[in-house]
Design a protein around this ligand. Structure first.
Ligand SMILES: [Fe+2]
Ligand SMILES: [Fe+2]
Length: 322
């Protein structure tokens, strides 16, 4: 079926297309005697849009959930300076009729290539315990596929399929380079820390048609989930020494660097400091790149105001790229 992409929508345009449900909430009208309406954020790989269905049936309320793909008939309208979709009809699209390539953006490199890079990185580890430990995780084909498909975020940075592997490989490259500045930084524990620091994101997010936080993700968060995954694998395989487990666990627990950023402990080893700053470099620069690349105002000098960075970004020096 024809797909209308969100980034191409214009005010007044009639739409009949599939969209993924990113958020779905049942809201009450200001006048409560009027009952409820369905408030949604719909998405596809080109962007997201707020949508409302003012008249809803019990069946629609029950059957539509975040992560579903729905066929929407409606009209794009401008509301407070933003486009919104006024939905007239919606139907759930059956699994076999979903063209998943429409919905989630993906990393530039194919998943297989990311997987090969991960394995090459593991093979490059010299210390035997750490190498065996990483092999025990990544040589599991099913796990490697999941790792290479997972996103690193819902918004902000590497928020696309393959984002987790891409980000982790970037962190590893930066961390290895910085480790080279010091004669006593351990490059192998850093490689393990780089590849595994965000491993909990595999369980923190669901990424079928839309990227969403899972219940486990909300309740526990990727830092603690990741620490648990790594510790239980270490216990199961017995490859790492007690000291190595403790260090790797510290790298995971401290990688956000500050308590306000969700780190339960602050970096307390040279490797933990390197990992934290390498993580920031990969995450922050990807955030800038994503804002520039996804900015809807093509050909203009400045991007839209970005609330998170609290600034406009300038595109004037390389306008043809953005
Ligand atoms: Fe993280
Ligand atoms: Fe990270």
């Amino acid at each position: 079926m024809e797909k209308t992409f969100i980034s191409d929508l214009k005010s007044g345009q009639m739409v009949r297309s599939q969209f993924a449900v990113i958020r779905r909430e049942v809201s009450t009208f200001r006048d409560p005697t009027k009952g409820v309406y369905l408030s949604m954020t719909l998405g596809d790989k080109s962007g997201r849009i707020e949508a409302r269905k003012w008249e809803v049936t019990e069946e629609e309320l029950r059957s539509i959930n975040a992560g579903d793909v729905i066929l929407v008939k409606g009209q794009a309208e401008e509301f407070r300076g933003e486009l919104q979709l006024n939905v007239q009809e919606l139907t759930l699209v059956a699994e076999e009729d979903i063209s998943s390539a429409y919905f989630l953006p993906a990393a530039k490199k194919p998943f297989e290539e990311l997987g090969q890079e991960v394995m090459k990185t593991v093979e490059g580890v010299e210390e035997t315990n750490i190498k065996k430990f990483l092999q025990s995780i990544f040589s599991n084909k099913e796990f490697l596929t999941l790792y290479c498909k997972a996103p690193a975020a819902k918004h902000i940075h590497h928020a696309y399929l393959g984002g987790l592997a891409e980000h982790s490989l970037e962190v590893n490259k930066v961390a290895s380079m910085v480790a080279g500045f010091f004669e006593n930084a351990d490059p192998d524990i850093l490689t393990a820390g780089s590849l595994l620091h965000d491993i909990g994101k595999i369980k923190e997010y669901s990424f079928k048609n839309a990227i969403n936080l899972t219940a486990e993700g909300r309740l526990t968060g990727h830092i603690v989930i990741g620490n648990e995954m790594v510790k239980s694998q270490a216990e199961k395989t017995g490859y790492l020494s007690q000291e190595q487990v403790q260090h790797l666990s510290h790298l995971i627990l401290s990688h956000h660097g500050e308590r306000e950023q969700g780190a339960p402990v602050l970096p307390q080893t040279l490797e933990a400091a390197i990992l934290h700053y390498a993580d920031l470099i990969s995450g922050k620069t990807n955030q800038y790149y994503t804002i520039l690349k996804n900015d809807a105002q093509k050909g203009e000098e400045w991007t839209k105001y970005d609330r998170l960075l609290q600034r406009y970004l300038y595109k004037g020096f390389n306008a043809e790229d953005f």
